[in-house]
Ligand binder design. Sequence first.
Ligand code: ZN
Length: 366
Amino acid sequence: MPFADFHGNDEVVRSIREMLARDHFPHAVILSGPEGSGKFALAQMIAKTMNCLRQPSTDGLPDFCGACANCARIAQADPLDDRFVEAVEARENLRDADKRETRILVQTHPDVTIIPPDPPQMLVKVDQVRHIIREIYYRPSEGRHRVYIFSEANFMKEAANSLLKILEEPPDFATIFLLTNNPSALLPTIRSRCMHLRLSPLPPEAVERYLATARPELKPKERALVARLSAGGLGRARRIDLTQYLAARQDALALLGPALGEKDHSDLFRVTDSYRAGAEGKAKIENSIRTLYALLEDILFIKSGTPALVRNIDLEPQLRKMAEQVNFPWIVEAANRLGELESGLRRNLLRTLALDAFATSLERST
Ligand SMILES: [Zn+2]
């Protein structure tokens, strides 16, 4: 029952399967939706259905078996992060001359190709698109339909222009998917040549129900928190590391402490002192900044009378107290300072100093 494994967005999934049933699937599709909403999982399911050797149907609509040779080979790319890391490592191990010639692609089945953004810029490069142009007009070899999935459709300018050429005249037997959480960033000329399918975030209750089976180790209160932190994306809900999140949040609260009238700064200094140089410190501070934004947003939700949107629901009483202590201009100021902190850190300001400055600047502005 493979399509049945896709949770939520039932109407979008149904219309996709109806198009597959009519054998009228569009040749260029923008599949948009927030992070973790299942864009890639859905594109893979479509690729499998198009190429499944058994072609089962469920609820009277096309499905895929998940077990035939084509389904199995396509499924090897399901854990895309792993395949991506392998592709990048394989390139790293090449001689310099070959390295420059090698494009990052994931192809576990000859007719299904995934084009991830190319590191370190994490943009799709023109050579990746040229590779597609070279092969897309050949008939599928082991399946019935060629599928190209741009897993994050952020293109370098030249790459976007090259892509337009294929989108103008794609062959009948090929479909190109552009996955994005920000479709408005795509060129209008690209958007106008694609059908646009949108995945919506799921309501927190639906994510909670899903987590009850997907992450049975979580207690009900933890499920409620993770569901809200996931912003309606099941993939994100599966990946959230709650222990790490709670640690980052503890630090974020310590950073806000002085601004909210905490006279004892020892917590603050303990926290900022723990942010050392190096990759680990960088990841840690990025987590805390993201958490700080989320806390500020929650305070804003309470102040603007929409407490149902609060994500840190386990902290609601504390957040309400904070909301009473600050006004809207303070929240705006805090968000601006956070932005300054972020860009300061990109310029490699000494981390502990930047954090201390951030916390104390908020204190002055209350
Ligand atoms: Zn199959």
